[in-house]
Each structure stands twice: as structure tokens, then as C-alpha cells.
Ligand binder design. Structure first.
Ligand SMILES: NC(=O)c1ccc[n+]([C@@H]2O[C@H](COP(=O)([O-])OP(=O)(O)OC[C@H]3O[C@@H](n4cnc5c(N)ncnc54)[C@H](O)[C@@H]3O)[C@@H](O)[C@H]2O)c1
Length: 317
């Protein structure tokens, strides 16, 4: 039996990850989350957790990582997945940066300090493609890191903290860099969620940039299969691994797909060019294929259809 702690368990990716981990009979999962409502209302996070709360091998703790007593929480834990944090590029500019400093940098350093005194076998940190900044072509893990946003800086700082505690304290660290994750439960501040919600309500969709920017889109089901595999795969300690998706596309292509799926033309409200966003992201996932047996299977049309279905149920219930 492995006892697995998942921070950020009520969030978009964290709730899917807990469900994926519980498919393995030998896993017991302890989810921690403070229901921060800066990007996602509390009722949506409660809904994310609904199925999990009925599972006999799942325990949930509503605690803030900045206040938690790690000495009580960590004993008996084999694996830590650290997904809790402040996500989102745009909001990291301006006065809210302190939220990123506290919930990303400070919370991660405290977790790593606590792990020094524990018998944890693996600490798996959820990082982001935002650490790379603007790059041409496919990006592998050896590419230089040059974030364009305070969010990216906060996550890169967490990566460095992981490296320092790994090298100097022997904490068994694995870093996974996610590329734009989408699908059911996607956060309301993320592009597809906003596009679909506005289209369903018959409102113009707010579009940042000119729509030619492209992203490597990762379906959440593919993402969490790779993340769950990191709990047992060999030769991972000290590694940093990209988790990208099956398909890369421009935002304009995605809007055209949504028009087909929803059966209506989108009208656009142009929001200008925000800072912090690269023109393109594109993951080289060969390391994930080799070390995690990763093979993303869900294409954009299929994945977007799932997200449309989810958002119809969420807002039209
Ligand atoms: N969604 C993506 O496309 C994406 C891409 C790259 C990286 N990531 C990273 O993956 C992780 C999960 O992202 P997500 O989209 O699921 O975000 P999310 O906001 O849905 O989930 C994060 C959860 O962490 C919780 N949290 C934050 N600070 C906390 C604290 N101090 N104590 C306890 N709980 C706290 C929040 O309440 C939230 O439920 C984040 O670390 C994010 O930076 C996400």
C-alpha cells in the first residue's frame, strides 16, 4: 500500500490526479487544499471533489500549506505530489504577485524543509512550460529557462528550490513541466473555459492576442496518466520532464473547432496583447515517452468536446 499526499487536490489537475491514482488498488490518497478562490469559485472546487469524497481510500484535509503542521501530516506518507499553488500568467503582474510569492515559493520551501525530516520516497513537483519563455520549435528539457511572467519566475524559483533540497538534503525530487492542460474542470480563467462559457451564453469571446499564437495543448486525462506514472517509474529522481499533449494548434484553429462543436459562430472581443505570453509553446515529450511510457491519445476535437459537455453541465444545470 502506498500512501500518497496530493496538494491542490480540489483543483483542476489535482482532482483528476487523485482519481487516477485511486484506480490503483494499492494506493491510499490524502488530498490537501485550502479552496483558494482567486481563479475558481469554492462551489466549483467542491464539485471537483464530489466523487472523490465518497471513495474509501481517499481522505481530504481543508488546510492551507502555509499553516499546516507538517510534522503531523508527513509521517507515513510515501509519495508527495505538490500541485498546490497560484496558477495563471496574467494575474501575476500587478499587486497580486504576493499571492504567487506566498503560495508558490514560500509554500514549496516549507514543504521541502519538512521533507528533510521525513521518509518520503518521492516529491513530484508540478511545474510549467512558462519557465521556458519564448522559444522556436520543439523544446526539450535542456532548453534555457527565461520566463516571461512573474508566474513563470515563481515556478522556476520553486524548481530551483527543489534542485537545492534535492542536491543538498537528498530529497528525491521529480519535476514535471505541464503544457497548457485542458478538459473537464479546466479553471475559469483559462482560455478554452472562457471561450466555451461565453459562446454558450451567446456573448462575444474575450481574445488576448490575434489568435495566431499556438500552444501545445494537453488533455487532462493524458496529463494525469503521465503524472500518476511518475509515482512508480524507475530512474526519475533528479529528472525534469515535459508533459505535452497530442496536438498543437493556434487559438484561431481552436475557436473554429469550438464553432463546429457548439454549432454557432463565435464573435470576438479583442483584448489586446497581454504581457507574459509566448507566441508559441511546443513540447518535446521524448523524455516522458522513455521514462514514463507516456503516449498522449486524446486529440483536440475529442478533448474540447469533453470540455464543452462538462461546461454545459456546470453552467446549465
Ligand atoms: N492548468 C495548467 O494548464 C497548468 C500548466 C502548467 C502548470 N500548472 C501547474 O499545475 C498545478 C495545478 O494547476 P491547476 O490548473 O489545477 O490549478 P488550480 O488552481 O485548479 O489548483 C491548484 C489548487 O491549489 C490550491 N492551493 C493554492 N495554494 C494553496 C495553499 N497555500 N494551501 C493549500 N492549497 C492551496 C488551490 O486552492 C487550488 O485548488 C499548479 O501548480 C500550476 O502552476 C498548471
Amino acid at each position: 500500500m502506498s500512501r500518497i499526499l496530493v496538494t491542490g487536490a480540489a483543483g483542476f489537475i489535482g482532482s483528476h490526479l487523485c482519481e487516477e491514482l485511486l484506480k490503483e488498488e494499492g494506493n491510499e490518497v490524502i488530498g490537501v487544499d485550502a479552496f483558494l478562490d482567486y481563479t475558481t469559485p469554492v462551489w466549483v472546487k467542491e464539485r471537483n471533489l464530489k466523487q472523490l469524497l465518497t471513495h474509501p481510500r481517499f481522505t481530504f484535509m481543508n488546510i492551507n500549506l502555509l499553516k499546516v503542521n507538517w510534522e503531523l501530516l508527513l509521517p507515513g506518507i510515501d509519495i508527495v505530489y505538490h500541485l498546490a499553488g497560484m496558477p495563471g500568467v496574467r494575474a501575476s503582474f500587478g499587486p497580486d504577485f504576493s499571492l504567487y510569492a506566498e503560495n508558490n515559493i514560500v509554500a514549496t520551501q516549507r514543504l521541502l524543509e519538512a521533507c528533510k525530516e521525513s521518509l518520503v520516497k518521492r516529491v513530484i513537483f508540478a511545474s510549467t512550460s512558462s519557465v521556458y519563455g519564448e522559444k522556436r520549435g520543439k523544446v526539450d528539457e535542456d532548453a534555457s529557462e527565461l520566463p516571461l511572467s512573474p508566474y513563470g519566475v515563481s515556478k522556476l524559483t520553486c524548481e530551483h528550490l527543489c534542485r537545492i533540497y534535492g542536491e543538498q538534503e537528498g530529497i528525491p525530487i521529480v519535476i514535471l513541466r505541464f503544457f497548457t492542460v485542458y478538459g473537464p474542470r479546466q479553471r475559469p480563467d483559462m482560455a478554452f473555459h472562457r471561450f466555451i462559457k461565453h459562446m454558450l451564453e451567446g456573448e462575444p469571446i474575450p481574445l488576448y492576442g490575434d489568435g495566431t499564437q499556438s500552444r501545445d495543448f494537453t488533455y487532462v486525462g493524458d496529463c494525469v496518466r503521465a503524472v500518476a506514472a511518475a509515482s512508480t517509474a524507475k530512474h526519475l529522481i533528479g529528472e525534469t520532464i515535459n508533459i505535452g499533449g497530442k496536438e498543437r494548434a493556434s487559438i484561431n484553429t481552436c475557436i473554429a473547432l469550438l464553432e463546429q462543436l457548439i454549432g454557432q459562430k463565435a464573435s470576438i472581443r479583442w483584448m489586446g496583447h497581454p504581457p507574459g505570453e509566448p507566441k508559441s509553446t511546443w513540447a518535446d515529450v521524448s523524455k516522458a515517452e522513455k521514462l514514463l511510457g507516456y503516449a498522449p491519445v486524446v486529440d483536440l476535437k475529442e478533448g474540447l468536446a469533453e470540455e464543452v459537455r462538462y461546461l454545459k453541465a456546470l453552467y446549465q444545470q
